[in-house]
Write a protein that binds this ligand. Structure first.
Ligand SMILES: CC(=O)[C@@H](O)[C@H](O)COP(=O)(O)O
Ligand SMILES: NCC(=O)COP(=O)(O)O
Length: 248
């Protein structure tokens, strides 16, 4: 494997917590899922502490910070509470995401262009605590340029529109948009990650795009784990994307 065809898998464990919260039990434990994911080859663990706490809870993040062997990617809205929490937790990575209360899942990318000053300050604030920030944005050159302008080291391209495409033509168009976004991000010196809605049938095409550093995948892995177990589900996804990236 060379640097050019290396790809990392960040496993998002939010939806293990969704199942737990549905019944108010102590199980299934997202911390156990994280440790199993690491054993099965995850390169990092992603958690989204939503403002409405619909899945991951503050305590999960605190415990994970103590026990992870790899690194935490902490997804957060850009609010004062979340910034202060991230300063306390000091995750290796934080990913700024947009949030609206009624959404079923993250619907679009962060509008960096509209709030450059605020996001620049937040990126710098966490950088002082050793935290590398990425911005979860659409593959829109104007947003990518804004991310570079404010000094964010990394971006995560929202792959939801590609994942939701209803026809092969639409999927190809969205994939081309992501490919262009990766090129644009790299040209601006950014680390480029991608994620959202990726599953066992659509992740390979994204993994095959030259220059993508990491894919963050959650819902599909948690769903597949019901049938094959968590470690197996992670190992299958890792092998799928590594083999797709090896052909770059
Ligand atoms: C930001 C992102 O794309 C994911 O982390 C997603 O938010 C997963 O959690 P939800 O399903 O709660 O949106
Ligand atoms: N940032 C995307 C992520 O962490 C996982 O999203 P999904 O696979 O649960 O849709």
């Amino acid at each position: 494997m060379t640097a050019a065809n290396r790809i990392l898998l960040g496993v998002n464990i939010d939806h293990v917590a969704t199942l737990r919260q549905a019944r108010g039990t102590r199980y299934p434990d997202p911390v156990k899922a994280a440790l199993d994911a690491e054993e099965a080859g995850a390169d990092g663990i992603t958690v989204h502490l939503r403002e409405d706490r619909r899945h991951i809870q503050d305590r999960d993040v605190r415990v994970l910070r103590e026990v992870l062997q790899t690194r935490m990617n902490f997804e957060m809205g850009v609010t004062e509470f979340m910034l202060a929490f991230a300063e306390e937790i000091r995750p290796a990575h934080a990913c700024f995401v947009p949030e609206t209360r009624q959404e079923l899942t993250t619907e679009g990318g962060l509008d960096v262009l509209a709030q450059e000053g605020r996001i620049r300050d937040a990126v710098q604030r966490l950088a002082q605590h050793g935290c590398e920030v990425s911005l979860f944005i659409d593959a829109d050159p104007r947003q990518i340029e804004a991310a570079a302008r404010i000094g964010a080291p990394a971006i995560e391209l929202h792959t939801g529109r590609y994942a939701d495409a209803q026809t092969p033509i639409e999927a190809a168009r969205e994939l081309a948009r992501i490919r262009d976004g990766v090129e644009c991000g790299l040209a601006h010196g950014l680390i480029v990650n991608a994620g959202h809605g990726l599953h066992y049938h659509n992740a390979e095409a994204v993994a095959a795009i030259a220059g993508i550093n990491e894919l963050n995948i959650g819902h599909a892995i948690v769903a597949h784990a019901l049938f094959v177990g968590f470690k197996q589900a992670v190992a299958e996804m890792k092998s799928l994307i590594v083999s797709a990236a090896s052909g770059r």
